[in-house]
Write a protein that binds this ligand. Sequence first.
Ligand SMILES: Nc1ncnc2c1ncn2[C@@H]1O[C@H](COP(=O)(O)OP(=O)(O)OP(=O)(O)O)[C@@H](O)[C@H]1O
Ligand SMILES: [Mg+2]
Length: 239
Amino acid sequence: MPILALDNVSKKFGALAVADRISFEVPQGQALGIIGPNGAGKSTLFNLVTGNLAVDAGSIAFAGQDVTRLRAMRRCAMGIGRTFQIPQPFGKLTVFENLLVAAAFGANEQEADATERCAAILEETGLARQANRVAGSLSLLERKRLELARALATDPKLLLLDEIAGGLTEGECGQLVETIRAIHARGVTVIWIEHVLHALTPVVDRLLVLHFGRVIGIGDPREMMESEAVREIYLGIEI
Ligand SMILES: Nc1ncnc2c1ncn2[C@@H]1O[C@H](COP(=O)(O)OP(=O)(O)OP(=O)(O)O)[C@@H](O)[C@H]1O
Ligand SMILES: [Mg+2]
């Protein structure tokens, strides 16, 4: 049974189809990359999966259960975790407090358990030394790490990453990729939207290409990149 299955999911903003009969499945434990030009509907697709937006048509199943009509908080508690393209920490809370809030929101657990688990997540995401700093004072890389850590604090089985590597230096990006690889290696299914392709390729098993709300292709990352349709979309665009 796939951990995530979309069946003909559609969404319009006015006349603009941002999700146009999208169907695909993600097997448990896989890492799927999503690429597509600006405005293709990538972040919207995440919002539909998480329940931040309601679909107009189609259905979404998580771990065999139809979640199409469930609220975002319920889906999060079931195990769908996500990062936001624009990090949204509580700027006046410390890094550790931000994790505790996420844990309370998403994972339904007692505070003692949450404290221990959040401490482990700080280690895993390389934020242990920043634990008591207020989130508003973090550097870009630290904010990206915190965004990842907050998603992990909700204890996801499926982790959705929205352009987490954007704007980082080469070295910073490499560090973040290693962290994500380790998270995936411990069994978390990952779906990762990214413009920085060389960040994706060491991690993802498959690549999905989105264009004007439609799935242009899904399959082996190399084959996808070399396909006629993808070359056409990116013609003249550096990727
Ligand atoms: N709440 C909204 N209301 C109206 N239009 C929206 C809304 N959110 C997004 N859009 C539009 O829908 C389209 C898809 O947006 P989306 O953010 O999903 O693209 P994206 O693929 O994530 O792009 P990017 O690579 O720039 O992040 C864009 O044309 C955007 O302007
Ligand atoms: Mg986006």
